[in-house]
Design a protein around this ligand. Structure first.
Ligand code: AMP
Length: 204
């Protein structure tokens, strides 16, 4: 099965081609059509399976091009700054033939660059929960325009004690949105989060 049969936009297919990917991985094959169809998706997948592209490619396809205005339409939560930076890089690569704007936000560094990028307006925010909450409280980011929410490595966010922060962030997103959650394991606390945050999700 070729990427070109999955319904992705031309610009995103160009990005995939430039990455040198020839065929979708199993999780991409299942997730991409579901996300394009507007379904909520739960992926029991670890790093290395191609899960980043599984959620990023259909979301970027649906976004199309940069929307004027400040507030992000996509929020991607990651447990660590390393993962946030990796996912930001992957998204920049996949979206390189579009004018979509992506901003990464994590703690342990200054606020200046993050504030500048958020104020200039961005389509996609990738970040760790703590720093995102700081931005929310300082008013540098608003989540009321979020259409797509991705909770990546949810079990690691649980292990690191981030679930209360995750909940506070999700509460600030519109109820009407699409959500995707990735987790290598689904302990009861993640099951509860799924029940609370997702709408008739398909598990893959
Ligand atoms: P991930 O599981 O998202 O961290 O991706 C693991 C690695 O697989 C990354 O280096 C991706 O660039 C690469 N990758 C993702 N999808 C594909 C694909 N369809 N074909 C080849 N490599 C891929």
């Amino acid at each position: 099965m070729a990427f070109s049969k999955l319904g992705l936009s031309e610009k995103i297919l160009e990005g995939v081609k430039a990455m040198g990917y020839s065929e979708p991985t199993p999780i991409q094959l299942r997730a991409i059509p579901l996300v394009l169809a507007g379904r909520d998706v739960i992926g029991s997948a670890q790093t290395g399976t191609g899960k980043t592209a599984a959620f990023a490619l259909p979301i970027l396809s649906k976004l199309g091009s940069h929307a004027p205005g400040q507030s992000p339409r996509v929020l991607i939560l990651e447990p660590t700054r390393e993962l946030a930076a990796q996912v930001e890089t992957a998204i920049r690569d996949y979206a390189r033939f579009t004018d979509l704007k992506v901003t990464v936000v994590f703690g342990g560094v200054g606020y200046g660059k993050q504030n500048d990028e958020l104020r200039a307006g961005t389509d996609i925010v990738v970040g760790t929960p703590g720093r995102l909450l700081d931005h929310l409280e300082q008013g540098t980011v608003k989540l009321d325009k979020v259409e797509f929410l991705v909770l990546d490595e949810a079990d690691r966010m649980l292990d690191m004690g981030f679930l209360p922060d995750v909940r506070r962030l999700v509460e600030r997103c519109p109820r009407k949105r699409h959500s995707a959650l990735f987790s290598a394991t689904v302990p009861p606390q993640i099951e509860t989060l799924i029940q609370w945050a997702m709408h008739e999700p398909e598990t893959i």
